[in-house]
Design a protein around this ligand. Structure first.
Ligand SMILES: Cc1cc2nc3c(=O)[nH]c(=O)nc-3n(C[C@H](O)[C@H](O)[C@H](O)COP(=O)(O)OP(=O)(O)OC[C@H]3O[C@@H](n4cnc5c(N)ncnc54)[C@H](O)[C@@H]3O)c2cc1C
Length: 587
């Protein structure tokens, strides 16, 4: 087929904070960069980030990057790779200042310094008093960051393909990644974008679950593309449930509410987190708070006529603090619940928020696979950063405020590494036509007409299965059922048909392509969750309630084609400091 073709030095797929930070680094180094995004760049999910970004600036309370590193290692339940964590925490302060210079209007303290609030899992002195490490622009930090990065990219002359949907990577027989086949949404025309190097920055996959905080577009496309290209996905069993979603609806109420002094109560008005985390209470890590809420509800202490949520109380903070520090939250609550948090507590319940797992990378953003007796190789010409990647700084549980940090730190690191890569790879390789044809087959498949199941129906079913069979509390029986139900959904996907075969802005076709991606990912999640016989971070097995370092201090790697799981060791050795050896995690 004769497709429109374009050539660039670097193709960045995804225009969230991760993709844009990398693109900026590259464009400023005068590389010819294209950014492809299925939505207009500033609609990427980064725009929704509320609470802030961690860096040990010590503007409010004493702090140190090493304490930040300790908290991150502990928060990850020791599954995080300590070299990457050290790199991220050391770089944090520099990256915040860098963003400030790029135009991010951070909130200010009286003395003019950047405002920082307390967030979950933050401590001084390796587990001491609460720290205040999260740099915030009110409760719209992601919005501020994404818009500034977009404007800087426009200035640096990054080339944007807005509203282009990436279908699949192009790979040649030697394993080099040569770019991607993308679909122009407006016309339905497929294009080939060739590049010496491709970076995946396609974000998370919260759409796997029925109740979630994520944007409609968070369907894990990049992870699924990598998986189809033969790359294993790492640690997919670790899915974060945020403790405070609006009950029954899922929209996020930032941890910043608790950072500002809000707290959770049950139907008896009891501040129950005191029982679960006596030391830090409501600011324990997210997995701990989510399980506590579930337990309260399960044991009959939930609020409302069905007893199926708890309350987040913040009226005692006063009108001024709420209006200045949490204006977006107030608006969300007014819009969706028709109550004003200045006078009334917010009904909340855990909601799917973040995928800790993803495409395995090293701290330079290079995609690495497979792991073979102590060695892993970089896939030539392929990088990944942000929520779609697993570098792994979040391990089994991410701390709030560490993702905005992750995306800019590793976005920049990948940009720098790609500049080096380009020096050794000056020319485009010959296009792999077979791989292009394969990508196009995915499109053609949706042209089959006739009667069949609907995309919407099957997606709803998948989300329900994931919620029921792979939620916060898991055991062998429900997970086994989950594996077989997801398999059945994958088979039924073959019989789904589209009624609308038009080309122009056919969003039904995009929904179908996204559903394919979600089904691929769901298989990775349920298989890995069934295999891991321990409880660690966000992965809680009722039948194996303890963490088991002797058997399970290792990353899982799921190979889609073979339906196989392999394991690789956690990198416990940091770059320059001493390791934080695994110990019991209490808050
Ligand atoms: C409501 C909410 C609040 C949050 N608050 C915080 C917070 O306060 N602090 C914090 O640290 N973290 C927070 N997080 C997490 C954090 O915002 C995200 O993990 C992070 O922004 C992800 O950035 P990203 O660059 O990886 O991807 P995203 O910002 O999700 O961008 C993904 C990009 O990929 C593109 N894309 C995807 N698939 C395709 C495709 N097939 N073809 C073309 N383009 C594609 C999209 O168009 C988009 O441009 C929050 C998350 C949510 C959902």
């Amino acid at each position: 087929m004769n497709l429109p073709r374009r050539r660039f030095d670097v193709l960045v797929i995804g225009a969230g904070g991760g993709g844009l930070r990398a693109a900026l680094q590259l464009a400023q180094a005068e590389a010819n960069v294209a950014v492809v995004s299925k939505v207009f760049p500033t609609r990427s999910h980064t725009v929704a980030a509320q609470g802030g970004m961690n860096a040990a600036l010590a503007n409010v309370l004493p702090d140190n990057w090493l304490w930040h590193m300790y908290d991150t290692v502990k928060g990850s339940d020791y599954l995080g790779d300590q070299d990457a964590i050290e790199y991220m925490c050391r770089a944090a302060a520099h990256l915040v200042i860098d963003l400030e210079h790029a135009g991010v209007p951070f909130s200010r303290l009286e003395n003019g310094k950047i405002y920082q609030r307390a967030f979950g899992g933050q401590s001084q002195n390796f587990g001491g008093e609460q720290a205040a490490r999260t740099c915030a622009a009110a409760d719209r930090t992601g919005h501020a960051i994404l818009h500034s990065l977009y404007q800087q990219n426009i200035r640096a002359k990054t080339h944007f393909f807005d509203e282009f949907f990436a279908l699949d990577l192009i790979k040649d027989a030697k394993g080099y990644i040569l770019g991607a086949v993308v679909l122009e949404i407006e016309t339905g025309q497929p294009w080939v974008i060739e590049a010496k190097c491709t970076l995946l920055a396609t974000g998370g996959a919260g759409q796997l679950f029925r109740t979630h905080t994520n944007a409609r577009i968070n369907t894990g496309d990049g992870m699924a593309m990598a998986s189809r290209a033969g790359i294993p996905l790492q640690d997919m069993e670790f899915v974060q449930f945020h403790p405070t979603g609006i009950a029954g609806k899922g929209m996020l109420i930032t941890e910043g509410v608790r950072g500002e002094g809000g707290y959770l109560i049950n139907r008896e008005g009891e501040r129950f987190m005191e029982r679960y985390a006596p030391h830090v209470k409501d600011l324990a890590s997210r997995d701990v708070v989510s399980r506590a809420i579930y337990t309260e509800v399960k044991e009959g202490r939930g609020c409302g006529s069905h007893g199926d949520y708890v309350l987040l109380k913040l009226d005692h903070l006063g009108e001024k603090v709420i209006k200045e520090r949490l204006p977006g939250i107030r608006q969300t609550v007014l819009t969706f619940l028709h109550i004003d948090p200045i006078d009334q507590p917010i009904p909340v319940y855990p909601t799917c928020h973040y995928v800790m797992g993803g495409i395995p990378t090293n701290r330079f953003g290079q995609v690495v696979a497979p792991y073979n007796e102590g060695a892993e190789e970089a896939i030539p010409g392929l990088y990944a950063v942000g929520e779609c990647a697993c570098v792994s700084v979040h391990g089994a549980n991410r701390l709030g405020g560490n993702s905005l940090l992750d995306i800019v730190v590793f976005g920049r690191a990948a940009g720098n590494h790609i500049i080096e890569y380009l020096q050794g790879h000056r020319y485009h390789r010959a296009l792999a036509h077979e791989s292009v044809e394969q990508a196009l087959e995915r499109l053609v498949r949706w042209e089959r007409s006739g009667d069949g199941e609907s995309v919407d129906g099957l997606r709803a079913e998948l989300q329900k299965v994931m919620e029921q069979n792979c939620g916060v509390f898991r055991n062998e029986e429900v997970l086994k059922e989950g594996v077989s139900k997801v398999k059945e959904i994958a088979e039924r996907l073959q019989h789904v048909r589209l009624k609308d075969q038009s080309k122009i802005f056919n969003t039904a076709r995009l929904d179908a392509l996204e559903l394919e991606n979600l089904v691929d990912l769901a298989q990775a999640v349920v298989h890995c969750a069934l295999a891991r016989q321990e409880s660690r971070g966000a992965h809680y097995r009722v039948d194996y309630p303890e963490r088991d370092d002797a058997r399970w201090l290792k990353h899982s790697l799921y190979f889609q084609e073979q339906e196989q799981i392999e394991y690789k060791p956690v990198r416990l050795k940091p770059l320059t400091v001493e390791t934080f050896p695994p110990k019991e995690r209490v808050y």
